[in-house]
Design a protein. Structure first.
Length: 269
């Protein structure tokens, strides 16, 4: 009888130990604790430090591809290997074989590095494929939102604050505005380029600013839309958004096949 009680007690101790270890694992996810150099911890994920640039990399450059996928690639690595930057002009991705649908986008990679022009002229599908190849993905709307919190929205001084009032020379290099940084350490989440997120919804029919306490940021979502096609959301505002840019700015007035000079993306692990 005594031996039976001992066995039951041992089973209970093992069960409690397992539950404790599981709780610790859930509370301290490895992903956020071990973010690579190209990203910062944000909750349970690793958010890219910078808006993505897109590079076409020959399949033979396996060392470079591995560095991109591990988050350790540098601009010097890319240029020395002959990688070609894309997302800089209308149609350059399609001309390189990466179609607007995302089909054929096998050798293009999203890279988070400072000092380069971030990719624009890119559809949601192309951005998602470039993220996939880099072993990343587009962030969810919630993941983007919490990573952007704390990014200043106090006007564009042309040098250090967020790029929200800049027609000439235009889109700034990644990380070039040192004061445009979020609470978790991500750059340029307000202004410069709108950023695709993973979420889709109904096409928005109009834009309404948030209340002044939320910075009067633009909100362009909701409603049945003019067709039965879905919208894909982008966030944060662009270099032309003025006071409508901000961490609460959201636009759902374009289908996922849309591309333009003011919309880019960033990735998450």
């Amino acid at each position: 009888m005594e031996s039976s009680r001992i066995l039951v007690k041992e089973d209970e101790m093992r069960r409690l130990a397992t539950m404790t270890l599981l709780g610790l694992a859930l509370a301290s996810p490895a992903a956020a604790a071990e973010c690579p150099a190209d990203s910062v911890p944000s909750g349970t994920v690793c958010m890219d430090l910078y808006e993505a640039s897109v590079w076409q990399v020959p399949a033979s450059e396996k060392t470079l591809i591995s560095k991109i996928q591990k988050g350790t690639a540098t601009l010097a690595n890319l240029t020395s290997a002959g990688a070609v930057q894309l997302g800089l002009a209308i149609g350059d991705l399609a001309a390189a074989g990466c179609q607007a649908t995302g089909n054929g986008c096998l050798d293009v990679y999203a890279v988070s590095i400072p000092g380069v022009t971030p990719a624009a002229f890119i559809t949601w599908f192309q951005a998602a494929a470039a993220a996939r190849n880099a072993h990343k993905r587009l962030p969810t709307n919630q993941e983007w939102q919490v990573a952007a919190l704390g990014t200043p929205d106090a006007g564009d001084n042309g040098t250090t604050t967020c790029n929200t009032d800049n027609l000439i020379p235009g889109v700034g290099a990644t990380g070039s505005r040192p004061a445009c940084i979020s609470d978790v350490g991500a750059f340029d989440m307000v202004g410069n380029l709108w950023e695709w997120v993973g979420d889709w919804g109904d096409l928005g029919t109009a834009c309404t600013p948030w209340p002044a306490t939320f910075g009067s940021d633009a909100s362009c979502v909701g409603g049945p839309g003019p067709s039965n096609l879905p919208s894909a959301w982008f966030r944060g505002g662009s270099r032309q958004s003025l006071t409508e840019a901000g961490v609460f700015a959201v636009n759902g007035r374009n289908i996922p096949a849309f591309s333009g000079s003011e919309v880019g993306f960033r990735c998450v692990r």
